[in-house]
Design a protein around this ligand. Sequence first.
Ligand SMILES: Cc1cc2nc3c(=O)[nH]c(=O)nc-3n(C[C@H](O)[C@H](O)[C@H](O)COP(=O)(O)OP(=O)(O)OC[C@H]3O[C@@H](n4cnc5c(N)ncnc54)[C@H](O)[C@@H]3O)c2cc1C
Length: 469
Amino acid sequence: MSEVTQPVGSSGGATAVVVGGGLAGITAALALADSGVRVTLLEGRPRLGGLAFSFQRGDLTVDNGQHVYLRCCTAYRWFLDRVDGASLAPLQDRLDVPVLDAEGKPGRRLGRIGRTALPVPLHLARSLATYQHLSLAERAKVGRAALALKGLDLADPALDAQNFGSWLAEHGQSERAVEALWDLVGVATLNAVASDASLGLAAMVFKTGLLSDPGAADIGWARVPLGELHDTLARKALDSAGVRTEVRTRVTSISPYENGRWSVQVPGESIEADAVVLAVPQRETHDLLPQGALDAPERLLEIGTAPILNVHVVYDRKVLSRPFFAALGSPVQWVFDRTEASGLREGQYLALSQSAAQDEIDEPVSVLRERYLPELERLLPAARGAEVKDFFVTRERTATFAPTPGVGRLRPGARTEAPGLYLAGSWTATGWPATMESAVRSGVSAAGAALGALGRPRDHLFELFEEAA
Ligand SMILES: Cc1cc2nc3c(=O)[nH]c(=O)nc-3n(C[C@H](O)[C@H](O)[C@H](O)COP(=O)(O)OP(=O)(O)OC[C@H]3O[C@@H](n4cnc5c(N)ncnc54)[C@H](O)[C@@H]3O)c2cc1C
């Protein structure tokens, strides 16, 4: 017979169970605990961090996928501070993206996307004026399209149904401009090419990242394995906040209990709580939702997913002198130096982040090796004489939700029809594409809604992300 337990301790006070220990669930648990709620966090896997994690491969600590964030990701930056990890994932002082064109003429292969300290949109003017991967005419047209994008009203729901690729074409963007600029940024942030993306989500990314504040698109990334931030440090913060965290604990069902409370079933135990935050992917949410909790639960299954592939190469020597670069004229998209973070002592470890990887996600390693090693030699002359000590790939088939036109109407908010039951996850209605920022925002939003219903005070965190909460 299963045992019924309270989330934490046995004294009075509001209780909550958070299901799913990705960034959304960790955030919801911390935000609830910080407001005095007794929280249990349940995660099916042996670790926290969900889709952004690390694993060991011999002596190498490997991230399942390179992750970056931007200065405008205020919620994820709050998260980093809250787990005491901000110094381990610093931001660039100023946006600077080296862009290498594999097919560029010698001496003209390297372009840069950067910014100055001037006000928006002048902060990008110099970079655009000197961006040598586009012709003068293309650069002028990019400037005009950027201003048109800036004028779009993100609150207009009609934008979500429109296609970003068609909008770019209507605004005079050549194929080259789409490849060398719009997709260079868009594929990495949306996980889709422009022709597969919602104008609403794309406009949100470009307006917030490039056209809101001069420093908004400065890039940050972890200089340590992701697991150190999202598992080790997160666990420490949860423990200090008094959250009971159980890993290897898969929730099998959630049902109404007595007096408006909820019962969460895990093997061998039922946990009773005043509020439940379901912070699992959309398909798992669909399967766990009690009847009547959403008006049209089948819509969750209409939210598509998109893959990301990471190609990992360990060389016997240093072949890249920059921390990262983006590539054009090559299947290679973004390349990061992970040597230090991985603990590699000799040689250099590069991770290639390949987004919107529908065509490659199931390719055998041998095919990917034949494709990517020569490409890296084309881009990095120093790789030509280097020995490849290790080559492997990580595949995330459901890395993000697919940001297709119309996806916005399928994304539910934090509140459900069932009082006391809330949803979180980067796929919920945060207005952001599936990012760490979206995950953290969704966790804040769900915790805010739960605290409101429990009659608990909400601290300044919720004001910070007013629109999310
Ligand atoms: C390869 C890759 C690269 C990426 N790059 C970036 C990037 O550069 N920048 C960026 O911002 N974002 C990036 N993302 C996206 C980002 O990682 C995700 O949006 C974010 O981590 C999602 O967090 P989440 O908490 O919403 O969901 P998840 O991470 O999916 O967490 C859900 C958790 O619920 C658990 N769970 C599921 N079912 C149950 C159950 N029944 N009981 C208990 N637990 C359960 C799962 O095990 C999981 O841990 C990338 C993702 C991938 C995969």
